[in-house]
Design a protein around this ligand. Sequence first.
Ligand code: DX5
Ligand code: ZN
Length: 227
Amino acid sequence: MKKCLLAASILSANFSCLGKEINDVIIAGVDIIHFDIMDNHYVPNLTIGPIVLKSLRDNGMKNIIDVHLMTKPVDNLIISCAKAGANYITFHPECSNHIDRSISLIKKYGCKVGLAFNPSTSLNYLDYVIDKLDLILIMSVNPGFEGQKFIPKIINKIIQTRNIINEKKKDVLLSIDGGINIKNINKIVNSGANILVLGSTIFKNILSSKEIIKQIKIKLDKIKNFC
Ligand code: DX5
Ligand code: ZN
C-alpha cells in the first residue's frame, strides 16, 4: 500500500511572510509545496512566478516543489521555472500548442512532468501521453482561485483516472487539487488519489496549519484501502 502524500498550495498562504508559512507546513509534515502560477489570461487571476520560486531556493528551501502552471503560453515559463528550482512542472493541455513538445521540454530541463485536467477536460489526452508522465493532476474545482467548493462528480473522474493508471502505467502519481477538506478526504483517497493538494484548509483554517496537518495525517493513517 502506498502512502498518500500531502501538498500545501501556497496560493492560500499569507504572502507577506511566505517563507515562514512554508517553513511551518514543512515542519508540520507536508510532503510537497504546490506552487500555483496564474497569468490573468488562461485563468482570471494573477499570482507569483519563477522569481519567487528562485528566492525560496536561494533561501535554502530544499523540499519538493510542484509548479502548477496555469498560463498560456506555457513553454517559456517551463524553462524559467525549471531553472528556478522546480522539481515537478504540471501544465494544462489547453495551454500548449504541442503537448508532446512541452512534455519533452520539461524533461530536457531535468524536471518531472505533470499534466492537469480541468473538471471539463477529457481524459482522452492520456491515450497519447500517459507513458511520458510522472503525475496526473485532476482539478476538482475550476482553476483560478483558492477556497472553492469540491465538485462532487469529480469523484467519478478520479476513479476513472485510477483505473487508467492501473491498466497502463502504475507508477504515475494521481494528485487532486481544489476544495479538499478534512470531511471529503476519505472519499478522495478511497477513489485512488496519491497526493492531496490543500490550500485554504491548511492556511486559512481556524486551527493552526500545524494542528490541521496533524489531524489530516491521523485521518490518512486510518484509511486502509487505496491504489
Ligand atoms: C486553484 C489552484 C489550487 C488551489 C487550492 O486554481 O490550482 O491549487 O489553490 O486551494 P483550495 O484547497 O482552497 O481549493
Ligand atoms: Zn493548483
